[in-house]
Design a protein around this ligand. Structure first.
Ligand SMILES: *Cc1c(COP(=O)(O)O)cnc(C)c1O
Length: 419
């Protein structure tokens, strides 16, 4: 290649790796899966990702399946949908979410998205402007960081406190905020922490954000998936203290992440966001992107209105059982500690004590060797911003979880430092 030509490609970022390219959960898990020994006759145990739907005990309700079949068969949902979503679906989501709020959402406050992922994309795009920054929790679901860097939106991290139920360290939020800070993100129930915030803590966050003049983006994709002492409280409850953008989907509560149906909701009874023009930015972003499939949108009213408590409580009971097994088994393995018993979502964070292990360099090394020797896949903490921690998924069949912890224990004993 001519020197000039090479320079030109370098200019376009093709001559080298993009310095801003980030580790993604999927990318890291692929790497870890790659080190599994193909000759191991035992089943591979996936405790790294967050999709329990392949396990028989986490099958969705027939009510949701029937709703999709009915919508499909009706031949009413074969067209392109409107940009913000079908009106009956927006209306059903507004009603569904208003059940937990002290005010009523209007269908116009609801925008349908391709899963919660697209709700994150649209929110960050709508907030982005030159010099703006957003505050993210550490640890965090890494998609926020990757997407923000892809649109050159600066991110700053505030700490979550593992000794206090992974609550937001409000002082670190205050220290990070400047005149270019537009929003802070919270994830409740938490991924990767399995935390569930109290009403009181959510109120403190709302009051701090109000004082700082920033809005709160709340990722509630695990809404109502709680099985500890704290019930789920939506951040939108405090929408009259500070404007809130609520992100969610049916992926986790209905165990159907492949259906790709999510929402972005303006939880702002004082109408501050509408006046500020953000809602227009959101509509503009949605105009430029694709939509969730029309027949899934067509099924939404039936899914939300007809699913009974029995389905939800069955899921919660299994999650409570597996979270408990997980917590108990962690206690039996000296080199990992869990600062906070999981109370929601499908994950727990554990701290790795490398000084008890002989030939393990860091969390990634731990995960690669564990996969190779025991065919167990867990996520290294680096993926969520916490080096030398691990994120373990407990949303699997209880027997698979027991098996996984048995193997992890054997692995840790084999690699333990000899006294
Ligand atoms: C799974 C997950 C998402 C993505 O949800 P989809 O509805 O599958 O797009 C977003 N945020 C968090 C914290 C998640 O765990």
């Amino acid at each position: 290649m001519e020197e000039n030509e090479e320079k030109r490609w370098n200019f376009w970022g093709m001559g080298k790796l993009n310095p801003q390219s980030k580790t993604s959960i999927r990318g890291l898990l692929m790497k870890i899966w790659g080190s599994v020994n193909k000759d191991d006759p035992r089943p591979l145990l996936p405790l790294g990702h967050g999709d329990p739907s392949p396990f028989p005990c986490f099958r969705t309700t027939p009510i949701a399946e029937d709703a999709v079949v009915d919508a499909l068969r009706s031949a009413k949902f074969n067209s392109y949908p409107p940009t913000s979503g079908l009106q009956p679906a927006r209306s059903a989501i507004a009603d569904y979410l208003s059940r937990d709020l002290p005010y009523t959402l209007s269908p116009d406050d609801v925008f349908l998205t391709i899963g919660c992922i697209q709700a994150i994309e649209v929110t960050l795009r709508a907030l982005a402007r030159p010099d703006a920054n957003v505050l993210l929790p550490r640890p965090c679901f890494p998609f926020y960081d990757s997407f923000a860097s892809s649109i050159n939106l600066e991110v700053r991290y505030f700490d979550l406190n593992p000794e206090k139920g992974w609550e937001v360290d409000i002082e670190s939020v205050e220290a990070l905020t400047d005149e270019n800070t537009v929003a802070m993100v919270i994830i409740n129930p938490g991924n990767p922490c399995g935390s569930v915030y109290t009403r009181q803590h959510l109120k403190e966050i709302a009051e701090a954000a109000r004082k700082l003049g920033i809005l709160v983006v709340t990722d509630e994709v695990y809404h109502h998936l709680t099985f500890g002492p704290n019930p789920f409280v939506p951040m939108g409850v405090f929408g009259s203290i500070v404007p809130v953008i609520t992100l969610g989907s049916i992926s986790k509560r209905w165990l159907v992440p492949g259906w790709r149906l999510g929402w972005l909701v303006i939880s702002d009874p004082n109408g501050i966001l509408r006046k500020s023009g953000i809602v227009e930015c959101i509509t503009d972003c949605l105009n430029m992107t694709s939509d969730p499939p029309t027949f899934i949108q067509g099924a939404v009213p039936q899914i939300l209105e007809k699913t009974g408590e029995d389905f939800f409580s069955k899921t919660i009971n299994i999650l409570r059982e597996v979270a408990h097994i997980c917590y108990e088994r962690i206690q039996e393995i000296p080199c990992i500690t869990c600062p906070n018993k999981p109370e929601g979502s499908m994950f727990v964070m554990v701290k790795l004590n490398l000084s008890l292990l002989e030939d393990i360099n860091d969390d990634l090394d731990f995960c690669l060797k564990l996969a190779k020797e025991e065919s167990v896949v867990v996520l290294p903490g680096v993926a969520v911003g916490m080096k030398n921690w691990l994120r373990i998924t407990f949303a699997v069949e209880p027997s698979a979880l027991e098996d996984g912890f048995g193997r992890m224990k054997a692995f840790c004993e084999r690699h333990a430092k000899k006294q």
